[in-house]
Design a protein around this ligand. Structure first.
Ligand code: NDP
Ligand code: MG
Ligand code: MG
Length: 335
């Protein structure tokens, strides 16, 4: 079994006395900054003028332009969108790094695909919470945490491992458990998970099920409930106790159907397709496509988003969730 680090196994505080610049104040940024501050660390925010800037000020932080925040700090946590990091790094971060500083990420993308090539005299590591930033903050305030991964890419000071574990503890992650990895493994498995299963795989599975029912003449509202709404209930059961636990809770009819039809829907060629997806991630073909599209004003990205937003399941779902205030309260449309 792999080693898991908890609060009581991370005893040395290598982060103590260091000034931390959190660059970006979005999903991950606000959570890291607030958790570190609540744990007593000296945190400043580096951000461009705008919505996040105003929010960070309102939340009581000292807020500076990125270059200024980096200049003041010992530890620089980069929590900008992945496609923005390269440019901001070259223009505002790199010129202000000093020997012995730490350059930190929450995802290995830019280091692994060599968009960012840091100088040899700084520590480079990642601390990647395995959940969205808003959950990183919420679970922290509730006394628990989202687990995280850490990896050291470059150890210039000889303290990088200790520093990354202290950072993980600083954001609360050691309450839940922290596991070591490499930039390569974190980057490639994270991209594969979101593309093949969590985001790409699941949404396409749900849409296909919805379309099959609607095309067969069933009410779209019923189809929505059966293939999207109930997904959460099933996933919660798997999250708590694996597939075995989910299958224990569902009816025998559902369990029998699961075994009979799962294999008919997810045929062996689906796994072959997954292997192709993984190959494109490993070769850099996916990251190139993403970075080039960003340079092109995200033309492909925005067109794909628009197409997906127009799917019938979204309109049906919006109307149904209006009738379920307990669900609606958590959606982006309520913000
Ligand atoms: P968000 O998109 O939520 O936030 C980005 C922040 O960067 C915003 O505060 C935004 O400010 C700011 N920003 C954007 N462009 C610039 C710029 N040119 N100069 C300065 N600031 C800018 O990002 P995430 O938190 O989702 O992602 C951050 C990192 O965390 C990524 O590496 C991601 O892979 C990783 N990660 C994200 C997870 C998640 O669940 N979201 C999970 C684990 C890791 P403004 O308001 O001005 O636009
Ligand atoms: Mg990801
Ligand atoms: Mg049912």
């Amino acid at each position: 079994m792999t080693k898991v680090y908890y609060d009581n196994t991370v005893t040395e505080d290598a982060l103590q006395g260091k000034k931390i610049a959190v660059i970006g104040y979005g999903s991950q940024g606000h959570a890291h900054a607030q958790n570190l501050k609540d744990n007593g660390y000296d945190v400043v925010i580096g951000i461009r003028p705008g919505k996040s800037f105003d929010q960070a000020k309102e939340d009581g932080f000292e807020v500076y332009p990125v270059a200024e925040a980096v200049k003041q700090s010992d530890v620089v946590m980069v929590l900008l969108p992945d496609e923005i990091q390269g440019q901001v790094y070259r223009e505002e971060i790199e010129p202000n790094l000093e020997a012995g500083n730490a350059l930190v990420f929450a995802h290995g993308f830019n280091i692994h695909f060599k968009v960012i090539q840091p100088p040899e005299n700084v520590d480079v590591f990642l601390v990647a919470p395995k959940g969205p930033g808003h959950l990183v903050r919420r679970t922290f305030t509730e006394g628990s945490a989202v687990p995280a991964l850490f990896a050291v890419f470059q150890d210039a000071t000889g303290k990088a491992t200790q520093l990354s574990l202290s950072y993980a503890k600083g954001i609360g992650a050691t309450r839940a458990g922290v596991i070591g990895t490499t930039f390569e493994e974190e980057t490639e498995t994270d991209l594969f998970g979101e593309q093949a299963v969590l985001c790409g795989g699941v949404t396409k599975l749900i849409q296909s099920g919805f379309e099959t029912l609607v095309e067969a003449g069933y009410q779209p509202e019923i189809a929505y409930f059966e293939v999207l709404h109930e997904m959460k209930l099933i996933v919660d059961l798997m999250y708590e106790g694996g597939m075995e636990n989910m299958r224990y809770s569902i009816s025998n009819t559902a369990e029998f159907g699961d075994y009979v039809s799962g294999e008919r829907v997810i045929t062996p060629d689906v796994k072959d397709n997954m292997k192709e997806v993984l190959k494109d991630i490993q070769s850099g073909a996916f990251s190139d496509r993403f970075i080039k599209d960003n340079e092109n004003g995200f033309e492909e990205f925005l067109a794909m988003r628009k197409k997906q937003q127009g799917h019938q399941i979204e309109a049906v779902g919006r109307d149904l969730r209006d009738m379920m205030p307990f669900v609606k309260a958590k959606s982006i449309q309520s913000k």
